[in-house]
Design a protein around this ligand. Sequence first.
Ligand code: AMP
Ligand code: MG
Length: 521
Amino acid sequence: MAPGGQPVLDHSYARELSGAHLPWTPSPVTRPRAVRLNHALAAELDLPAGWLQAESTLRVLAGAEVPDGAQPVAQAYSGHQFGVFSPMLGDGRAALLGELIDPAGRRWDVALKGSGRTAFSRGGDGRAALGPVLREYLMGEAMHALGIPTTRALAAVTTGEQVYRERPLPGAVLTRVAASHLRVGTFEFAARRDRDLLRRLAEHAIARHYPHLAAIEPDDERYLALLRAVIETQTSLIARWMGVGFIHGVMNTDNMTISGETIDYGPCAFLEVYDPRTAFSSIDHGGRYAFGNQPEIAAWNLTRFAETVGPLIGEDREVVVPRLIAALETFDVAHDRHWTTVLRAKLGLTSAGPDDAAHRQRGDRALGEGYLDLLRRGEVDFTLGWRALLAEAEADAVPGDGTERSGASDAAGGVRALLAGGSVPAAEVEDWLSRWRGRRREAAPGVEGLESMRRANPIYIPRNHQVELALEAAVEHEDLGPFDRLLAVLADPFTERAQDAAYAEPAPQFVTATYRTFCGT
Ligand code: AMP
Ligand code: MG
């Protein structure tokens, strides 16, 4: 913590990666006003007490002033957008103020989004509207509470300016805290520039996110290890998305981090009725980024990442390409491992130990996917479908062994009730349930299994209609009440609470059927 109550910002990105950024200058704003400040996050970061809510800070958070001693930059990056390469994207409406070091020694980017035009703005106005800013705030906090790696909002402020989308809207700036803003697209940018920048970027990424690889020699082995590490963290991330029904919506390579955090909440949304083909984004006509495609798209993006790493591995393509392919082949194995782990937790089978045979793991993945297939054919709400399975497990718990049902899950009803009257024959449901019960008896997960099953199967997710209601009240009526209420519900997504029953309800079918999300900020 700095004297004078100012956070100390470091600038390792700006310092080490010249050639991958341009200086950023603030834009005047009329009347900055704090809409929401994330005091919990400020405390985690050990920001000076009172700094976040200080009047002088507001001008910084609105993008109207540079913090003392800071050297903000707009970061350069390229990216494959819907499969098409754009060599020059970059922070067109964002700026990296600098980096904070938290009490544990971890480094965090503090960036603004919606903070005015930059050298990368092209035709854009560099601004953001309040609705999407609050949307990103809410989604990031929801994902954090679900235990999924994510960037987070430190603040949402309005600028007093109007931004023009289809109509005039209140302009706003999001302050975003991230493990870093290094993207696959940053590597794509550097790879097209020069070898020296690419090497500096790879070393920067290793030092920052994978320091345990720093000592690997020779260089080519270290860079291959970086590739494998990013494959590992990204497969872990995507499996977690798949476990809660999260649809990112715009998995372009510039929206995929090297750190393994979820980034850029634009058109994202959560599944309601389970259908892997679900895509809500208005611009995703072909369903490229549909829910069920996400693992495959991650593999595609990581292949683009591997291509950027290639020149660091060696000159001879005949040698380099097979090594990259071998690294990329770890994707399927890693994905299977992470996805199976997620499914096992959701099924209440978390007693996996080193003695758990591979064939059993395969069986557990098939068992979990079998349940998903029942949910799909029964057109069941993804979240409530899994919660119903938790209710079954709680009902099965033997009284007196400490695994009794909380009683809270009664409301979700059993699996039979959810699937009754649908297109899935009752005998198939019974058959699946008895296989699941058999496997649970064998795995004997006990109290721990039930508890981790609860934590793997949230009851509250950001329901599309609730998100829209909260944003509409905030933007149209300056009423933050619904936003705050929803934020509070999502802060503890696993514990069922009678007073929050409405937040567990699926959106009305007509809402889901016509629901569209938008990229624009
Ligand atoms: P995204 O859709 O957030 O992944 O952004 C894709 C690219 O468009 C990035 O380079 C953004 O900086 C740029 N961009 C999006 N909106 C704006 C805007 N309002 N002004 C300038 N650039 C923008
Ligand atoms: Mg983006």
